[in-house]
Design a protein around this ligand. Structure first.
Ligand SMILES: Cc1ncc(COP(=O)(O)O)c(C=O)c1O
Length: 503
């Protein structure tokens, strides 16, 4: 999905800053606007001199000053998002009820690099550069000749990679004078990242937290409230989308698709409110590329080249953030790592979904995006990795997958938690349930190396800590965790509702 979420019929008047232009004019305006924006930010607060981190061998790593846009280097451009009514490519002004102009421009940008505003770099320096760590003790535990590295994003204030995009999203909204932002959250990580970012810029923040996660993770809710956000369980009685679901199933565990519908509905109904999304869209993936850009510097500094790069995929943002800069290097022919996405068997959009135009949310309010989907009304079982319970995949990742630049696999949650325990007891860190999928896949690869004697370099995205996910660990440790998969009929039923769109 390249795109964005808009109400099928917006009650807003279209944004006066965005005219109904064709793609090229859109991009021209983007370049001009970007120059203006850069002037504006460079006269603002200064960037801290720090932003440098030692790699341990004297070389240093700097916080990237630009985000990387993979679209610029792809041999085939991704299919456009379509307006759900006209079935024509979405225009910038269609998106203006939901997003500030600069993010809309980034969404459609084909520029290779996009400047990171100074104030955003300054805030990034609270936790960036993030460490790249060799998992020597895990290697020893497994008895593998492989060298395993992990890029750790759990040191951010919210405990994951999500602030990498929350901060610029709120910053661009603040620049445009927006006062309120709304969003959904699955694991609670994205909601807390947005609450944190909103508190920095004085915006009001309202979050629809998927019911299963709202019940499982009271401390995530409290974190959001600590940063000043209002939190609702989703489905809620506040929105039409939520009420409709509750009528059919009063004890619905919710899903990311439903929570997105609720937040989008509120943004669409209120002129002073914009919507923020924590994954899936191009601009979100773009912001996350700071992870991979830093990691390239770090691997280079220690003279390593990854043979396999592994990340978990919910909507795909941490995976894209780590891998897209490496895919750029792969396309240049400099390196040739295997790029592997890992999803839960309970919600396997890449490995079991269809590649088709579908809605990004359950109620069908968003543009149609070409992506791997299990159907927009597929409600995954409540696995512990709440952030991976999304019916679709980032359209840009789906496109890269279709082009053959990456592969995908699905792993059940018990194997993931077994790997997480091995990781915690050897490396010390307690992973969030989502990256346990990447850890389990890395362990599979490392054990394969043990059999073959290969000393591959395995790089994995350790995108967050699990300090607020301990009830999931309790379930596993008490032997009460079960592997949830779904009957084929369930996915067939939701796939039957995927709109038949030929574009
Ligand atoms: C820690 C963590 N990792 C991964 C994800 C999945 O999202 P994405 O695929 O966009 O990285 C989430 C989503 O909430 C998350 O909280």
């Amino acid at each position: 999905m390249a795109a964005s979420l808009l109400p099928a019929a917006s009650p807003h008047t279209s944004c006066p800053n965005l005219k109904n232009t064709g793609d090229e004019q859109w991009m021209e305006r983007f370049s001009l606007k970007k120059k203006l924006m850069n002037l504006k930010v460079s006269s603002g607060s200064g960037v801290r001199a720090r932003a440098i981190m030692s790699t341990g061998n004297g070389k240093s790593v700097e916080i990237p000053r630009q985000w990387y846009n993979l679209v610029a280097d792809l041999p085939v451009k991704p299919p456009p998002p379509l307006h759900p009514k006209t079935l024509q490519p979405v225009k910038p002004e269609d998106l203006s009820p939901l997003f500030p102009d600069e993010l809309i421009m980034q969404e459609a940008s084909t520029e290779r690099f996009i400047e990171i505003p100074d104030e955003v770099v300054d805030i990034y320096s609270l936790w960036r550069p993030t460490p790249l760590i060799r998992a020597k003790r895990l290697e020893k535990l497994l008895g593998t000749p492989a060298r395993i590295y992990y890029k750790y994003e759990g040191g951010s204030p919210a405990g994951s990679h999500k602030p990498n995009t929350a901060v610029p999203q709120v910053w661009y909204n603040a620049q445009q004078g927006v006062k309120n932002v709304v969003t959904e959250t699955g694991a609670g990580q994205w909601g807390s990242a947005l609450a944190f970012a909103s508190s920095l810029f004085g915006l009001n923040c309202e979050v629809w937290q998927v019911r299963a996660s709202y019940d499982q993770k009271p401390y995530r809710k409290l974190m959001m409230q600590t940063w000043g956000a209002k939190v609702h369980p989703s489905p809620s009685n506040i929105t039409n989308a939520g009420r409709e679901i509750l009528q059919k199933d009063p004890s619905s565990p919710g899903s990311l698709g439903i929570a997105i519908s609720e937040a989008v509905e509120i943004a669409a109904m209120n002129d002073d409110t914009k919507y923020c999304l924590g994954s899936v869209l191009n601009h979100v993936l773009l912001h996350q590329t700071v992870i991979g850009e830093e990691c390239i510097q770090q691997m280079d500094a220690i003279g390593e080249t990854p043979d396999v790069i592994i990340g978990c995929t919910g909507g795909g943002s941490n995976f894209a953030g780590l891998t897209f800069p490496f895919i750029r290097e792969k396309l240049k022919g400099k390196i040739n790592p295997l790029i592997r996405a890992v999803e839960p068997t309970a919600c396997p959009s890449l490995t079991k979904g269809v590649y088709a135009y579908d809605y990004g949310d359950t109620a069908g309010m968003t543009p149609l995006m070409k992506m791997h989907t299990l159907g927009h009304d597929f409600i995954p079982d409540p696995i512990h990795a709440g952030g991976l319970r999304y019916h679709g995949m980032a359209p840009l990742i789906s496109h890269v997958y279709e082009l053959g630049f990456m592969e995908a696999m699905a792993i059940p949650q018990i194997e993931c938690f077994k790997g997480a325990i091995q990781f915690a007891r050897s490396e010390g860190l307690i992973p969030a349930p989502e990256p346990t999928h990447a850890i389990a896949a890395a362990i599979r690869e490392a054990l394969h190396c043990k059999e073959t004697g290969e000393s591959k370099v395995i790089l994995l995205a350790m995108c967050g800590h699990g300090h607020f996910d301990l009830p999931a660990y309790e379930k596993y440790l008490q032997g009460n965790m079960v592997d949830l998969s779904f009957a084929d009929e369930k996915v067939q039923a939701s796939l039957a509702n995927v709109p038949q769109v030929k574009f």
